[in-house]
Write a protein that binds this ligand. Structure first.
Ligand code: NAD
Ligand code: DAU
Length: 355
C-alpha cells in the first residue's frame, strides 16, 4: 500500500480517487483536515476498505511512526501543505510549521522506517515530494520556461516554505540515501478545487452574481494544468521516475488571469445564461497581491522524454469539464461556503483517527 499525506485536499483527493479507480492497491490517507481538507471529496469511497483515512498531523512523529510500522507502505506521496499564497502573506507561521517542520518530521520518520527495510522493499521504497513551480520565482515576458535546472528564487512565504521543504528532501537523499523524487507542477484546476483560488472562486462568484476580483492589471500569467493530468504524471513518476531526480509538470498552457476569468464568464453564459446579461460585467479590478509573481511557465520536456507524459486535456476541454463539474455539484459548493463540510467528518464517518 501507499501512504498519502494531504489526501483530503484538492489535488490529494483527486489523486486518491484516480488511484483507486485504476488499482486495488490500498491507500492510507493522513490528513489534518485543516480548512482546506474536505472528506466530502472522498464521499464516494465511504465503506471502501482500500481507503484508510487517518486524521492527524504530518508533524506528529509518533503517529507517523505508528502508521509506517503498522501499514508498511511501499511509498509515501507527500501532498500535505498550506498551499494558498494569499494566506501565506497574512499568516506565514502555519506555512513554516507544516511545509518545513512537517516535511522534516515526515522525512525523519521515513528515514527511520526505510533504514530497517531490506532487499526489494528497501530498493523500491520511494518518498515522493509534491512541489510547485513557484519555487523558481517569476519570469519576464520573453524568458524561457522553467527547466529543472532553473535557480530557486521563491518570492512569497508560501513558495519560500516549499523551497525549504524541497531542499530538505534533496538533502535527505544526498546525505542519508533516502530514495526521493520531487515534482514541480504548475497551477492545477478541476473538481474539488477550494473556492479561494482564482478558477473556482471565479466560477462560484459568477454563478452567484458576485464580483470577480482580478488582482492588479490582470495580466499576470500562469500555466494551467487539469488536475487529473497532474495525477497521471505523479503516478508515472512514482513508478518510473529516477531516484534523486526532479521533474517539472505543466500544461503548456500559459494564460493571463484576465483570459482565465473571461473564459469562465463565456462558458457560464453558454451553459447557464444569466438574465442580467454577460458575466464579464462582474469583473472587478482590485488591489494587487504584494510581491505578486508576474509569470510562471513550465518546460515539461524532461518528463515527456523520460516517461512519455504529456497532458491529455487542452485548456479548452479541461476548463469546460471543470465549469460543468461546479454546475453539477451545487451541494459541494454550498457545503464549502457554509462551512458545513467540516461537520461531514462527524456525521458521515463517526469516528476518524488512527485505528
Ligand atoms: P490544499 O490546500 O487543497 O490541500 C492541502 C491538504 O493538506 C488539506 O487536505 C489539508 O487538510 C492537509 N494538511 C495541511 N496541513 C497538514 C498537516 N500539518 N498535516 C496533515 N495534513 C495537512 O492543497 P492542494 O492544492 O491540493 O496542493 C497539494 C500539494 O500540491 C501541496 O504540497 C502544494 O504545494 C502542491 N501544489 C499545488 C498546486 C496547485 O495548483 N494547487 C500546484 C503545484 C503544487
Ligand atoms: O503555480 C503553482 C501554484 O498555483 C501552487 O503552488 C499553489 O498552491 C496554488 O495555490 C497556485 O498558486 P497561485 O497563487 O498561482 O494561485 P491562485 O489561484 O491563488 O492565483 C492565480 C492567479 O490569479 C495569481 O496571479 C493571483 C490571481 N488572483 C487570485 C485570486 C484568488 C486574482 O487575480 N484574483 C483572486 O481573487
Amino acid at each position: 500500500m501507499i501512504l498519502i499525506t494531504g489526501g483530503a485536499g484538492f489535488i490529494g483527493s483527486n489523486f486518491v480517487l484516480d488511484w483507486l479507480a485504476q488499482s486495488d492497491e490500498p491507500v492510507i490517507n493522513l490528513d489534518a483536515l485543516t480548512y482546506a481538507g474536505n472528506l466530502g471529496n472522498l464521499a464516494s469511497l465511504q465503506g471502501d476498505p482500500r481507503h484508510v483515512f487517518v486524521q492527524g498531523d504530518i508533524g506528529d512523529r509518533a503517529l507517523v511512526d505508528q502508521l509506517l510500522a503498522e501499514h508498511r507502505p511501499r511509498a509515501i506521496v507527500h501532498f500535505a501543505a498550506e498551499s494558498h499564497v494569499d494566506r501565506s502573506i497574512h499568516g506565514p507561521g502555519a506555512f513554516l510549521k507544516t511545509n518545513i517542520e512537517g516535511t522534516y518530521t515526515l522525512l525523519e520518520a521515513a528515514r527511520a522506517y526505510w533504514s530497517h527495510l531490506q532487499g526489494t522493499e528497501r530498493e523500491t521504497f520511494r518518498f515522493h515530494h509534491v512541489s510547485t513551480d513557484e519555487v523558481y520565482g517569476s519570469l519576464g515576458p520573453e524568458d524561457a520556461p522553467f527547466t529543472e535546472d532553473h535557480p530557486y528564487q521563491p518570492n512569497s512565504p508560501y513558495s519560500a516554505s516549499k523551497a525549504a521543504s524541497d531542499h530538505l528532501v534533496r538533502a535527505w537523499h544526498h546525505t542519508y540515501g533516502l530514495p526521493v523524487v520531487t515534482t514541480h507542477c504548475s497551477n492545477n484546476y478541476g473538481p474539488y478545487h477550494f473556492p479561494e483560488k482564482l478558477i473556482p472562486l471565479a466560477i462560484v462568484n459568477a454563478l452567484a452574481g458576485k464580483p470577480l476580483p482580478v488582482y492588479g492589471d490582470g495580466l499576470n500569467v500562469r500555466d494551467w494544468l487539469y488536475v487529473k493530468d497532474h495525477c497521471a504524471a505523479l503516478r508515472l513518476v512514482l513508478e518510473r521516475g529516477r531516484v534523486g531526480q526532479t521533474y517539472n509538470i505543466g500544461g503548456w498552457n500559459e494564460k493571463t488571469n484576465l483570459e482565465i476569468v473571461r473564459t469562465i464568464c463565456r462558458l457560464l453564459d453558454e451553459l447557464r445564461p444569466d438574465a442580467a446579461g454577460p458575466r464579464e460585467r462582474l469583473i472587478t479590478f482590485v488591489a494587487d497581491r504584494p510581491g505578486h509573481d508576474r509569470r510562471y511557465a513550465i518546460d515539461a520536456r524532461k518528463i515527456e522524454r523520460e516517461l512519455g507524459w504529456r497532458p491529455a486535456e487542452t485548456f479548452e476541454t479541461g476548463i469546460r469539464k471543470t465549469v460543468q463539474w461546479y454546475l453539477d455539484h451545487p451541494e459541494w459548493v454550498a457545503q464549502v461556503q457554509s462551512g458545513a463540510y467540516r461537520q461531514w467528518i462527524a456525521t458521515q464517518y463517526g469516528r476518524v483517527g488512527p485505528a
